[in-house]
Design a protein around this ligand. Structure first.
Ligand code: TXA
Ligand code: MG
Length: 315
């Protein structure tokens, strides 16, 4: 756990316009003061991220969110139920919104979330500014769930990592677009579609085809991609492959390396392990990563979403 002094130091660093990677309950974020254009440009630069992909802005409380975006009744109901937590809402920017237009990538909307992680919350409170934070990895790579992953991805590109062990949830937040007439789930996550619909009615699913101008880069076909092929729904292992299994079942074949997302078949455990295990198996010792089927229900929907992108050919 970082000391209060470390957190204050990083808050000062952020206010100066520099980048700080910090822990959230979902994945590590690459933070910068969202009110500074140059700090936003520095995020896109460090990540190698196309600047047409907008960023999530993190705030410590409802007042701070309300200063940036228009919260309608649906947003209020969702915020009440799920904030702080792994839900991002895309909402209309207020004309008085202090956030750099670069964070919105030219859209008239802004993605906002109040994270639950105590270090993130304290950092946000101390910084006193909205903090834009994409996942702290190079664009297109697997999201980081430990400080070591951040260092592997961004060493030499960012001055500080506020380290606090492993991110407990392991998958990025659910992203819901509330800005248009039809509500769209832009990215599945821990907060399930059913949970959203129970409060605000029907929510449409992300489009399966993402060839043109995605609303969210999480929608790009190839995202979260390891450097070796990922083979989904494997029922046996081929020579040279690593096995990423789920649950207690036996898989025929002789994997070079064998990891299990959850021996018990627990989807929460699998979500928390997913990115770290993909990274661990992404080595030249393996020709590919064979992944056994994962139930497409509940949190399995978000896990399968990330796996499909990891398996998609790189464009
Ligand atoms: O769990 C998370 O959300 C993590 C932690 C650090 O908070 N952050 C994260 O950020 O995953 P990033 O940049 O990797 O993903 C942000 C997602 C992208 O799919 C992006 O396109 C979408 O949110 N997004 C951001 N602003 C948007 C907007 N105005 N309209 C539509 N989508 C937006
Ligand atoms: Mg990301």
């Amino acid at each position: 756990m970082p000391t209060p002094e470390n957190i204050s130091f990083c808050a000062g660093t952020l206010r100066e316009g520099q980048l700080v990677a910090f822990p959230t309950e979902t994945v590590y974020g690459l933070g910068a003061d969202a009110t500074q254009d140059r700090a936003m440009a520095a995020i896109f630069e460090a990540k190698g991220r196309p600047s047409f992909n907008p960023l999530i802005v993190h705030v410590p409380d409802m007042e701070s969110a309300d200063a940036l975006v228009t919260l309608d009744e649906r947003a209020m109901a969702l915020a009440e139920a799920f904030w702080p937590g792994p839900l991002t809402l895309v909402l209309p920017r207020r004309s008085s919104c202090s956030v750099s237009l670069l964070a919105s990538a030219g859209l008239d909307t802004l993605a906002v979330r109040i994270p639950a992680h105590p270090v993130a919350r304290r950092l946000l409170q101390e910084t006193g500014r909205p903090i834009a934070a994409p996942s702290a990895n190079r664009s297109g790579a697997v999201s980081p769930t430990t400080p070591l992953h951040v260092a592997e991805s961004l060493a030499g590109r960012i001055p500080y990592i506020l380290a606090d062990g492993r991110a407990s949830m392991g998958l990025e937040s659910t992203v819901l677009d509330l800005s248009g007439p039809s509500l769209g789930l832009l990215r599945p996550g821990h907060i399930l579609r059913e949970q959203l619909e129970a409060l605000i009615g029907p929510v449409s699913l992300p489009e399966s085809s993402d060839t043109q101008a995605p609303r969210a880069p999480g929608q790009l076909a190839s995202h979260y991609a390891p450097s070796i092929p990922v083979r989904l729904n494997a029922t046996s292992v081929q020579a040279g492959e690593a096995l990423l299994a789920f649950g207690p079942g036996l898989v025929p074949g002789h994997p070079v390396t064998h990891l299990n997302l959850s021996d018990q078949g627990d989807l929460n455990e699998a979500a928390a392990n997913l990115f770290a295990m993909l990274r661990a198996l992404d080595t030249p010792d393996h020709t590919a990563i064979a992944v056994t089927p994962i139930p497409d229900t509940g949190l399995g929907i978000a896990i399968n979403d990330r796996l499909r992108r990891a398996a998609a050919p790189r464009s």
